[in-house]
Design a protein. Structure first.
Length: 266
């Protein structure tokens, strides 16, 4: 796209249209070990090769070969792995690493439409499993072996958070279910996911999908980020120095997406 003024001065912007880089599911759980395992996720979309940009648990490593994500879960905790394609689009998968032999519920969060059901898997080695809800009016649970099925009430009229707690002996693990009304939300998305600005330039970031409310955060780099009162947009103004800024956008589930902004000299 080229803009030209009256005297013939012009500037151009390049717009790339492509299938968005996505990872499904967005959350997985694995037991800790020093062995490299293949994560049960599917990587689709994007442009060209996909690589691991970063992960938050430093002792753990993640690599991609032919769009297969391999992971070494050496440290217990919650790890956020950011993947990037050649264009700079970023997608995030969250891995919960748990101690073998202890109880763990997978996934740790899920979204379900009122009246529908969602399954969880409970990992445990000994004891009798019991499962409970913190709000019985929000739905019901059934247990078959290590599978727990939560069926959301069809009478809910607003987004509802429900905590499922699985217990064996003196150990417990919990997961959060977000019950939405009407239909499943689209994937959490920020637009543009990539931008290039001159110093002192600005861009408006718009979020959609996921579950409101949203929040914006400067994850790295400089510049100013001001959220609009509408709750779905934020204006980023570049700092006076060139560099790369990454903005994280979270939804109610604390899943997040990333917008990458490259700032160049005028």
């Amino acid at each position: 796209v080229t803009a030209t003024d009256r005297v013939g001065s012009f500037d151009s912007a390049e717009i790339t249209i492509h299938e968005r880089l996505t990872v499904a599911p967005r959350t997985v759980s694995v037991p800790t070990s020093n062995d490299r395992v293949e994560l049960a996720v599917e990587i689709t979309g994007g442009i060209g090769d996909v690589t691991v940009l970063s992960n938050t648990l430093e002792a753990n490593t993640a690599v991609i070969h032919d769009r297969v994500l391999f992971y070494t879960p050496a440290e217990i905790g919650k790890d956020h792995i950011e993947l990037s394609d050649e264009y700079g689009s970023i997608s995030v998968v969250t891995v919960t690493v748990y101690e073998p032999g202890t109880i763990s519920i997978d996934p740790t969060s899920a979204i379900v439409v009122a009246g529908d059901a969602v399954d969880f898997t409970v990992h445990f080695s000994a004891g009798e499993l019991s499962v409970s809800l913190d709000d019985d009016s929000a739905g019901s649970i059934e247990t078959a072996g290590t599978t727990v099925t939560f069926t959301a009430s069809g009478h809910l009229s607003e987004i509802t958070e429900v905590t499922i707690t699985a217990t064996t002996n003196d150990e417990a693990s919990s997961a959060t279910v977000y019950v939405v009304i009407g239909e499943y939300p689209g994937p959490l998305t920020v637009t543009p996911s990539n931008a290039e600005l001159n110093t002192e330039g600005r861009v408006t970031l718009t979020v959609s999908g996921g579950i409101v409310p949203y929040s914006f955060e400067l994850a790295s780099g400089g510049g100013e980020l001001i959220e609009d009162p509408d709750g779905i947009t934020a204006v980023f103004t570049a700092a006076g120095q060139p560099g790369t800024t990454r903005v994280r956008v979270y939804d109610r589930t604390r899943n997040y997406v990333v917008a990458q902004i490259k700032v160049k000299r005028n």
